[in-house]
Ligand binder design. Structure first.
Ligand code: PGA
Length: 240
């Protein structure tokens, strides 16, 4: 069985004082049967690692392919790992758009994550234009082929399907739309790799998504920033 995973993505949000939310999540999920990860801004990872957490695991949101070098402003996978991360998001659509990251870039970042011992949370997703043109499955298949390196295993990779039109918009994909994509992804990645859905997941739509056969969890943006919003999503996953 794939692992059930609730992952939060804080994006460019959070100061050290906000780490109390991570501690609150940690206390509230004790005893729940799923993996819980919060992907923090790089500046918070070391501070979070010093906090006495029992359950919540920590991730970064991006890494450069190289271990070190003349890349002003970038962070390497080794730096994230040393600061205390065990996971890193690669291929988020905001980075594909804002930083023009290609599938080849994302493949190199994912390989870098593995080199540093991190598990990659690889994101793929179609735009509204691609969906309306009937190209969703082709686009996602090509993204996965282009960005998931050889050697991917259920231990070193998690795939997150995040339709671009559903991220931060409050417009969640319908269960039918998610099921169609996740069934196709399952055929591509095999029976054991965790497949997450992301895009406007909230406490009030999580259970319906987690009931789908090939949805093993969620990648949650806005609703991961506060324990009061995120914990009910983790609880829904543990119950599913
Ligand atoms: P959202 O973001 O939950 O705020 O839509 C999801 C994501 O981008 O990972």
């Amino acid at each position: 069985m794939p692992k059930k995973i609730a992952a939060g993505n804080w994006k460019m949000n959070g100061l050290v004082s906000d780490l109390t939310e991570v501690l609150e999540i940690d206390g509230a999920i004790d005893g729940l049967d799923c993996t819980t990860i919060i992907c923090l801004p790089a500046t918070l990872i070391y501070a979070a690692d010093g906090d006495p957490r029992k359950r919540v695991e920590i991730g970064g949101q991006h890494c450069h392919p190289s271990p070190s070098g003349a890349h002003t402003g970038d962070v390497s996978a080794e730096m994230l790992a040393e600061a205390g991360a065990a996971y890193v998001i690669t291929g988020h659509s905001e980075r594909r758009a804002d930083h023009r990251e290609t599938d080849a870039d994302i493949r190199a970042q994912t390989e870098a994550a593995w080199r540093a011992g991190l598990t990659a949370i690889l994101c793929i997703g179609e735009t509204l234009e691609q969906r309306e043109a009937g190209r969703t499955l082709d686009v996602l298949g090509a993204q996965l082929n282009g960005s998931l390196p050889e050697g991917a295993t259920p231990e070193n990779a998690i795939v997150a399907y995040e339709p671009v039109w559903a991220i931060g918009t409050g417009k969640v994909a319908s269960p039918d739309q998610v099921a169609e994509v996740h069934d196709a992804l399952r055929a591509q990645v095999g029976p054991e790799m965790s497949l997450l859905y992301g895009g406007s997941v909230r406490a009030n739509n999580a259970a319906e998504l987690f009931a789908l056969a090939n949805v093993d969890g969620a990648l949650v943006g806005g609703a991961s920033l506060k324990a009061a919003d995120f914990v009910p999503i983790v609880e829904a996953l543990a119950r599913s």
